[in-house]
Write a protein that binds this ligand. Structure first.
Ligand code: FMN
Length: 308
């Protein structure tokens, strides 16, 4: 029997396949389609302190190899999440990671404090959203600013803190080093790439927000490169994401250095993607006589190969 289990910053998961923030609702929507408890962990949509209506529509459009979205962090606010959605998510019996999106350091601290004893297994700090004016990517592109805010959150909670980085920088390794030094327990790589599309008949941008975040297969090589570079430079576990659609895609991230992976845009095409990936990983390991999937983490650059 292949052992797919992983532990990320103390969060134990039976397999390394998570859902990417903002692409899976609360999981309740998917429960009639597949057994959600088969996943490694759930990650919430970005939570803000107050309820947030999000951006003006249209907020999503298809591009040749992925999606452009500018949802703008629509969510019911952290208190309503804790009261209504979280109990339903915890019922699946797998770890729930809360993705938090403050506009300021103060808001990030307040979010972390509210969630500390709420039952979530960890926090994922979204300092990388390209679709909001305050906070988001504005905080997450300058290493000093990112470090300051991460340090404040780490000090305000005893939950593991995972920091989600933006690829919209020239030096993602420098950013990763700064948040690692500030006390982050793990990293999520990557958030969406800034992009836009124009309706040539209307002669106007397709998205209400004009620009949006590009996700899906188009960004996979960028994401694999980010995981490859960061995992060799920073000694923190990485959750890799960006265009993962199959077990083969997930393996690329694991071999590049990710300890776990998250599925996002692919759910819009096939809601069974994550369970199929778990099965693919199991059969890849069985076929290659690998007893523990975790021994493949970084195997594309580490000198020692797998125990076979
Ligand atoms: C519709 C949509 C909403 C998203 N919302 C969030 C969010 O609230 N917080 C966040 O950190 N990332 C958010 N993301 C980014 C994803 O979590 C993920 O990092 C990105 O889409 C890359 O993975 P993918 O190519 O598999 O979709 C969102 C992505 C999409 C497509």
């Amino acid at each position: 029997m292949v052992d797919l289990s992983v532990e990320i910053a103390g969060i134990k998961m039976k397999n390394p396949v998570l859902v990417a923030s903002g692409t899976f609702g609360s999981g309740v929507e998917y429960a009639p389609v597949f057994d959600v408890s088969k996943l490694g962990a759930l990650v919430t949509k970005g939570l803000t302190l107050d309820p947030c209506p999000g951006n003006e529509p249209p907020r999503i459009c298809e591009t040749p190899a992925g999606l452009l979205n500018a949802i703008g962090l629509q969510n019911p606010g952290v208190d309503s999440f804790i009261d209504d959605l979280l109990p339903q998510m915890l019922d699946f019996g797998i770890p729930v990671i809360a993705n938090i999106a403050g506009r300021t350091k103060k808001e990030f601290i307040a979010l972390a404090e509210r969630l500390t004893n709420a039952g979530v297994a960890g926090l994922e700090m979204n300092i990388s959203c390209p679709n909001v004016k305050a906070g988001g990517m504005a905080l997450g592109t300058v290493p000093e600013a990112a470090a300051e805010i991460v340090e404040a959150v780490v000090q305000s909670t005893d939950l593991p803190v995972i920091v989600k980085l933006t690829p919209n920088v020239t030096d993602i390794v420098g950013l990763a080093r700064a948040v690692a030094d500030a006390g982050a327990h793990a990293l999520s790589l990557i958030n969406t790439l800034l992009g836009m599309a124009i309706d040539v008949e209307a002669r106007k941008p397709l998205l209400g927000n004009v620009t949006g975040g590009l996700s899906g297969p188009a960004i996979r090589p960028v994401a694999v490169r980010a995981v490859w570079e960061v995992s060799q430079a920073v000694d923190l576990p990485i959750i890799g994401m960006g265009g993962i659609c199959t077990g083969r895609d997930a393996l690329e991230f694991i071999l590049a250095g990710a300890s776990a992976v998250a599925v996002g845009s692919a759910f819009f095409h096939d809601p069974l993607t994550a369970v199929k990936i778990i099965e693919d990983l199991q059969s890849y390991c069985a076929r290659n006589k690998i007893e523990e999937l975790r021994c493949l983490v970084g195997a594309a650059w580490k000198n020692q190969g797998c125990k076979e």
